[in-house]
Design a protein around this ligand. Structure first.
Ligand SMILES: C[S@@+](CC[C@H](N)C(=O)[O-])C[C@H]1O[C@@H](n2cnc3c(N)ncnc32)[C@H](O)[C@@H]1O
Length: 273
């Protein structure tokens, strides 16, 4: 399993139906927008990507790092495409399969347990690949992008949404908190780094959109949720991890407010030859 971080388990977070997670999600998504996502991405991002990538019946799409499966099922349901979710966490895959089954979409949506660095798909399997809030878990993004390019057909589209960072002097503690991660260590990049690495892996960048004010609002709601349910989450998932997440969100919001953290949707394609 290639680059899978060892000793790290995302399972607590993928159990969206545990009492603490249910309370947390009710706080975060009380005003709507709950797709079962394990990210800061709201439905409008998924709607935009589905439209921009022209998803529809007959199209083969991969969700890289599909989490608990809600977004993949949402997109497949709305567009009629055939969707595969790839996820490295077993609980995530189990939950995803039951979400697809409940939606009656098992014939068009499947979930595969594997590492994004080493995907069990033939060359040129997909018309489009997208990934939401996953990129920072990969230390070697050029190698990841090459693997994405391999499974994409020539002309296929690759879209990802990712936090982007420009740490400076005085940000050592924020960097430490961020890179210790949200359950999984994070390896950050700035937008220029992403563009360079995409080109190195053979992609042509078509469009970059910065989204930050709505993204900040969602991160603030995650912080409110973790604070409101701190004791319940700590009892279920451990005090250290819970308190780390609270500090992580505080540092993340400060970085955004100081203009050092942002969020970009990057759309690129694999050239025809
Ligand atoms: C922040 S969550 C986002 C999940 C999903 N994209 C969403 O929006 O709900 C990041 C996901 O990446 C997965 N992940 C981490 N390392 C991975 C790897 N090497 N290959 C595939 N998925 C990975 C994690 O298990 C987690 O589900």
């Amino acid at each position: 399993m290639g680059s899978r971080p060892t000793g790290i388990d995302y399972s607590d977070i993928h159990r969206i139906d545990s009492p603490a997670n249910r309370a947390l999600r009710a706080t975060i998504w009380a005003k709507g927008d709950d797709l079962g996502q394990q990210s800061f991405a709201t439905p409008r991002y998924f709607d935009f990507i589905a439209a921009r990538l022209g998803m529809g019946p007959g199209m083969r799409v991969l969700d890289l790092g599909s989490g608990s499966g809600g977004p993949a099922v949402y997109i497949a349901d709305r567009t009629g495409c055939r969707l595969t979710g790839l996820e490295v966490n077993e609980v995530g895959v189990e939950v995803s399969r039951s979400v697809a089954q409940k939606a009656g979409l098992e014939d068009r949506v499947d979930f595969v347990l594997a590492d994004g660095m080493d995907m069990p798909f033939d060359d040129a399997t997909f018309d489009a690949v997208y990934s939401m809030n996953v990129m920072n878990v990969f230390p070697d993004k050029v190698a990841l992008f090459r693997e994405v390019r391999r499974v994409l057909r020539p002309g296929g589209v690759w879209a990802f949404l990712s936090g982007t960072f420009e740490f400076g002097p005085g940000d050592e503690e924020a960097r430490r908190l961020y890179e210790a991660g949200y359950a999984i260590p994070q390896y950050t990049d700035d937008l220029a780094g992403y563009k360079r690495k995409l080109a190195e892996a053979g992609f042509v960048v078509d469009e970059v959109t910065e989204y930050i004010s709505d993204y900040r609002a969602t991160i603030a709601r995650w912080l409110d949720g973790w604070r409101a349910h701190r004791d319940a989450i700590a009892a279920e998932q451990g005090a250290d991890q819970t308190d780390h997440h609270i500090a992580y969100f505080v540092a993340y919001l400060r970085m955004i407010d100081e203009g050092k953290a942002s969020n970009h949707l990057v759309i690129s394609h694999r050239p025809e030859n």
